[in-house]
Design a protein around this ligand. Sequence first.
Ligand code: C2O
Ligand code: CU
Ligand code: CU
Length: 478
Amino acid sequence: MSTDFSHLMSRRGFVLAVAGAAASPLLPPARSRASAIDERRITVAPGRARISGPDGPQTPVWAYGGTVPGPTLHLRQGEPARITVENGLDEDTTVHWHGIRLQNAMDGVPGLTQPPIKSGESFVYEFTPPDAGTFWYHPHADSLVQLGRGLAGALIVEEAEPVAVDRDLLWLLQDWRLAADAQIAPGLGSAMDAAMSGRVGNVITINGTVPADQGVRAGERVRLRLANASLARMMALRFEGHRPVVVAIDGQPCEPHEPDGGRLVLAPAMRIDVVIDMQGDPGSHHQVIDDFYDGLAYTLTALAYDNAPPLRTHSLDAPLGLPHNPLPQPDIAERQEIVLQGGMMGGGKLAGVGGMMGMGMMGMNGGAAWAINGMSMTGDGHEGMTPQFTLKRGVTCHLTMRNVTAWWHPMHVHGFSLSVISRNGAPMPHRQWQDTVLLAPKDVIECAFVADNPGLWMLHCHVADHQMAGLMTVFRVT
Ligand code: C2O
Ligand code: CU
Ligand code: CU
């Protein structure tokens, strides 16, 4: 199979023409002015970051727009955006707009949906985000290295009407493995990481720096957008003395609910929007703890109340639910199943793949440590990947994901949001739609989506080392 990109220019012209036509006569003047195409330019280049704060040592990183994380892009729901990405690295890159339901040619998978952006070249991404919510962007070329060197940024699609909160905050979380001299530790792509938990680091940042206390005001209502842009670190955040209410997962609104045990579980690539009423006393201090890994709990940061009197005596009684996004409702479905296989078991053996795929070289030099349905696709995506299955446009796909490994996997689908139906047979509460679903060892997840968007779409684990080492596949919608 060869991949032909010659349609790109004409297709892009078409999209713009349609968007322009839709914008003018129907909308009131204020809106149509805002409907002009939102133009951005982002350069990808080596840079330096002070991860431990303004007086700390410099860490050489790769950066979008010179900062780590990259600039937060604010787009508007249903309004076209045009983002030019210039590649100032010495290697190919692409940008993937994680979680955005966009046309396949803008999905950023090198070889599969676009030619890679060569060093010194640029690519124009154009899409109209259909859904409001918290999304993010990252490279899809040399993913482990490029994400590991800091390339990630938030993409916030604003609701049409502002949500009733006092402040809208973002915590973009990144995990770094730094050496004593603040350099990024070598060994990105080690076979051991690849066949086990992935590269979990030793320094966690919020919005690019090791967090100090977060200042809050008594009585305020905060919308906090949490996004885990780590290579491999899972997190489970608890806000001591507070009761965060989950209002969206992976950008998609859900029924507002308090999470089980007050723990917000965020695997790599996941986002959770919470609303928190700051009900602590003026001057008080409350820890935010990540206790995902047994015995390795640590304090991520703390909420530090200023001494001002409460902003209000009773918490705001505005409803917590966000307006729904225009997601197509799953219907009578066609069934597909993927089985996640591989990884290290006790005794240094790889499990579940039966040595079919040349597992001897596990994780090394692009070798495989994992497989999906017995097939290991390694790397970032490339030309000529054989789809695992093909769906006719418009059908509902009922997808079963079965994890037969001993490891956790946040499975991510490009181009769609999945309606998550059940975990291990138990129905999922709260009407959750996710683009990244975390499977614990031995978990079975049932989900569904309407295959309304044609193209070749990736489905992979978002632990970067796992993706690179074979936990990846592709399906086609015709
Ligand atoms: Cu954010 Cu293919 O992934
Ligand atoms: Cu994605
Ligand atoms: Cu995985």
